[in-house]
Design a protein around this ligand. Structure first.
Ligand code: ATP
Length: 443
C-alpha cells in the first residue's frame, strides 16, 4: 500500500498538470490556504454544486434558495457568538517558530515539527477574517467576511418565508464562499482559508425536530452514495459525543481521504439557539418567531442543519476516482502502457464527452458534430497528438466517453465511442449519439 504522502503528491501534481486546482498567486510564491480552480476544476466544482442545488432545492417543494452577501452587519457575528467564541487554541514552538492547533496535537507540550519541548502556553485565536467598510479604517467600521453561509439564512428567514409563502416545516439553502483564518491550512484544499460551503437550514417545530434530523441524515447519506456514487465502505458516520448546550444530536459524515478519515459534512440539530440569539441582539422578535396557525402558537423555529464543503467534496471525488492501470498503446515495442485514469461518475465528470477527429483532414465534419454535442453535454474537442495521447489526456481528467470521428464516418454516418472504464469501443450512428450518451450519463 502506497504511503499517503506519495499518493497525495500524485493527486496534487495531476491537479496542476491537468488544470483542476493549483496554488493561488503562484508566481509570488503562493498564499497559504488559498487555491485556484482551473478550467477542468471549475467544471467539476460547478457540476457538483449544481447537482447539490438540484437535489436540495429544485427537486423539493419545501426548500427555498438564497444568495446572500459575504459581508454582513457585524452584529450578525456577535449574535452568532463567532466574535466571542469562534476560536481555536494555538501554540507556538519557540525553537522552530511553527504554529499548531492544540486540538490537532497528540502531545501539546512537544513540537510535532522539530520535537522540541518548548511550546508556548495555548492561546485563543479568532478565525474570523476582518476588513473595513467605508473610508475610515477604525473599529467602528470593522466588518467580517462570513465564516459560514448559514447566518444570513437565519437573518433572512422571515423575509424569505413571507416571499415564498412557505409554512413550517421548510428549509432555506445557500452555497457560497466562507472564510476562516485557519491556523494551519493543510492537506491540499481540505483545510483552506477561503472555501465554498453548501448549507441548508431546515426550520421546524421542536416536537418534530428529531424526525427531521433522521430524515436529513438519510438524505445526505444518499447524496454521497447514490448521487455521487461513493462506495459505502469509504464513508462513515461519526456521532458527536460532546454536544453544544442547545443541540440534541449532531453527526459528521466522514470520508476515508488518503490522509485518514475526515469530515466532509455535518448534520446538526441546532435547537432554537440561532433564532433566539438573533431576536435578542436585533430586538426584532417578530422576524425570528413563527406563528403556527395549526397549533395556534408562536414559537422560535428549531433548526436542523446540513452543512458541507464543496472543496472537500471535490477533493474526495478526485481521490476516490484516481486509479492507475494499463491500456493498449501504439508506442513502439509495447502493447500496453501505464495510464492514470479518474473514474468520475459521468453526471459530475468535468468533461463528459470528447470529440476526437482521427485526422486533421476530418476537422470540418468533426467540429460540426462537436458543436451539436456541446449544447447538451460538457464537451471538449481535441485534434492534437496521436489518438493514444488524446485518450490518455481524457483519461487523466476523467472523461467517460471519447467519440472518434474517422474516415468511415463520412460514409456510414457513425462514430466510435470509447468507454473510459471498460475501454470497449462501440460504433454508434451520429443520429443516435446524443440519446445514446444521455442514457449512459443519466444512468
Ligand atoms: P473542522 O472540524 O474540519 O474544522 P468544522 O466542524 O469547523 O470543520 P463546520 O463549521 O461544521 O466545520 O463547517 C461545515 C463544513 O464546511 C465542513 O464539514 C467542511 O466540509 C467545510 N469546511 C469547514 N472548514 C473548512 C476549511 N477550512 N476548508 C474547507 N472546508 C471547510
Amino acid at each position: 500500500m502506497e504511503n499517503s504522502d506519495d499518493f497525495m503528491a500524485k493527486i496534487v501534481a495531476l491537479c496542476k498538470r491537468r488544470g483542476f486546482i493549483f496554488q493561488s498567486s503562484e508566481m509570488y510564491g503562493g498564499i497559504n490556504g488559498f487555491w485556484d480552480y482551473g478550467p477542468i476544476g471549475v467544471a467539476l466544482k460547478r457540476a457538483v454544486e449544481q447537482t447539490w442545488w438540484k437535489y436540495m432545492v429544485e427537486d423539493r417543494d419545501n426548500v427555498e434558495g438564497l444568495d446572500s452577501t459575504i459581508i454582513c452587519h457585524p452584529m450578525v457575528w456577535q449574535a452568532s457568538g463567532h466574535l466571542a467564541n469562534f476560536a481555536d487554541e494555538m501554540t507556538d514552538c519557540t525553537v522552530c517558530k511553527k504554529r499548531f492547533r492544540v486540538d490537532q496535537m497528540d502531545d501539546p507540550t512537544t513540537c510535532p515539527a522539530c520535537g522540541a519541548k518548548a511550546m508556548t502556553p495555548p492561546r485563543n485565536f479568532n478565525l474570523m477574517m476582518k476588513t473595513f467598510v467605508g473610508p475610515v479604517f477604525d473599529e467602528e467600521h470593522a466588518a467580517y467576511l462570513r465564516a459560514e453561509t448559514c447566518q444570513p439564512i437565519f437573518v433572512d428567514f422571515n423575509t424569505i418565508r413571507i416571499a415564498s409563502r412557505q409554512k413550517l416545516p421548510f428549509g432555506i439553502a445557500q452555497t457560497g464562499k466562507s472564510f476562516r483564518n485557519e491556523i494551519n491550512p493543510r492537506n491540499f484544499t481540505f483545510r483552506s482559508r477561503e472555501f465554498t460551503q453548501m448549507e441548508m437550514e431546515f426550520f421546524c417545530h421542536e416536537d418534530e425536530s428529531m424526525k427531521w434530523f433522521d430524515y436529513w441524515h438519510e438524505q445526505r447519506w444518499n447524496f454521497y452514495t447514490k448521487i455521487l456514487g461513493i462506495s459505502e465502505d469509504k464513508l462513515r458516520i461519526h456521532w458527536h459525543d460532546k454536544l453544544a448546550h442547545y443541540a440534541k444530536k449532531a453527526l459528521d459524515i466522514e470520508f476515508l481521504y488518503p490522509f485518514g478519515w475526515n469530515e466532509v459534512e455535518g448534520v446538526h440539530h441546532r435547537g432554537t439557539w440561532d433564532m433566539s440569539q438573533h431576536a435578542a441582539y436585533s430586538k426584532q422578535e417578530q422576524d425570528c418567531r413563527y406563528f403556527d396557525q395549526e397549533r395556534n402558537a408562536t414559537y422560535y423555529p428549531t433548526v436542523v442543519e446540513t452543512s458541507c464543503g464543496l472543496d472537500r467534496i471535490c477533493l474526495l471525488l478526485i481521490c476516490n476516482a484516481y486509479d492507475e492501470d494499463t491500456a493498449a498503446t501504439q508506442k513502439e515495442g509495447m502493447d500496453e502502457d501505464a495510464r492514470v485514469v479518474l473514474h468520475f461518475a459521468p453526471r459530475i465528470a468535468p468533461v463528459q464527452v470528447a470529440v476526437l477527429p482521427l485526422s486533421k483532414k476530418l476537422e470540418e465534419p468533426a467540429t460540426d458534430l462537436f458543436r451539436k454535442i456541446r449544447g447538451s453535454f460538457r464537451a471538449q474537442y481535441d485534434v492534437t497528438g496521436s489518438i493514444g495521447k488524446r485518450y490518455r489526456r481524457q483519461d487523466e481528467i476523467g472523461t467517460p466517453f471519447c467519440v472518434t470521428f474517422d474516415f468511415d464516418s463520412l460514409n456510414d454516418n457513425a462514430v466510435t465511442v470509447r468507454d473510459r472504464d471498460a475501454m470497449t469501443q462501440e460504433r454508434v450512428p451520429v443520429a443516435e449519439l446524443a440519446q445514446w450518451l444521455r442514457n449512459k450519463i443519466d444512468k
